[in-house]
Ligand binder design. Sequence first.
Ligand code: GLA
Length: 379
Amino acid sequence: MRKSLPGAATLAALAVLSSCSSPKPEPPKTMKIRKQPFGQTKNGESVELYTLTNRNGVETSITNYGGRVVTLKVPDRAGKFADVVLGFDTLDGYLGNSPYFGALIGRYGNRIGKAKFTLDGKEYKLAANNGPNALHGGVLGFDKVVWNGEQGAGEEPSLKLNYLSKDGEEGYPGNLSVTVVYTLTDRNELKIDYAASTDKDTVLNLTNHSYFNLAGEGVGDILNHEIMINADRFTPIDSGLIPTGELRPVKGTPFDLTKPVAIGAHINDKDQQILFGKGYDHNFVLNGGGLALAARVVEPKSGRVMEVLTTQPGVQFYTGNFLDGSVQGKGGKAYPHRSAFCLETQHFPDSPNKPDFPSVVLKPGEKFESTTVYRFTAR
Ligand code: GLA
């Protein structure tokens, strides 16, 4: 690996250290993270773009506006790199009509039925921004705020983002302090570590909403990608995409993705659940425990493979059913129907209203932690 030369400040610090007998100077770190201006929000807040590069030349750029993954360049079986996430070249794209491209989602990712929930006997009302329901944290969710960004600790390139969501913001109780660390590992993984704490009982569901196309963003649809999801059950939905509360076995349904199958194989089946989702837009109940394999997607032509590992109990598999070519992405390319898929690791949708689902309540004194890994290989 090429070592970068230490700057003057580092040399001065090393000189001071070497004049003392202990402690021994640490060798200069070679982490590669670059920071560039990415423009300003409509309120005049400055936004940055951070670029992380690992020792294999895999590169991702992430902005602190919404913590969005803007680019992610990974090799195919011949070593040819492509950017596998949908997005925009400039901040303006993200400030406009972006369907959560690359974004961190919170305080509550996915839907909350009738845009309300009761916690400790008190009812909390949220913005109904998806029909009668609340979606992805509200009108100004975590995807639309400016996070504090700084280089993370550790040998591998990482970006640490912080955001303080105030008590009452978007209707949610408690000051919630959130930290998200993106690390680009030398195993070609984009690792996302989430942590949060609160000063009042609250609910949370944090995820990342990257849209992937393993042939490269803007290269056709994803119907020939093969998917495996490590889930024997899913949470069926009503016509508003709110879970009914049932955990239904996938066996014998288009949701049996336990063995690799083309995404397009059953996406137009006359199945009630597929019709409600207009394709796949469903939460799967993961079989795992610990940091376990949730899904594997293979793009047969390029050979690119993405594995998703998570500590979370669920994953929303969404096949870009609302993309319709009206959004102009990178290089002015239109992103047509089903030209990407999302695997949003998460707690189940509408958990605040579903006492039988795993709890999403966070209390003062507790620390929420979760990890998701998107691992890239080729075959
Ligand atoms: C999520 C939802 C979808 C859709 C997208 C954004 O994945 O489940 O229904 O709202 O976000 O367009």
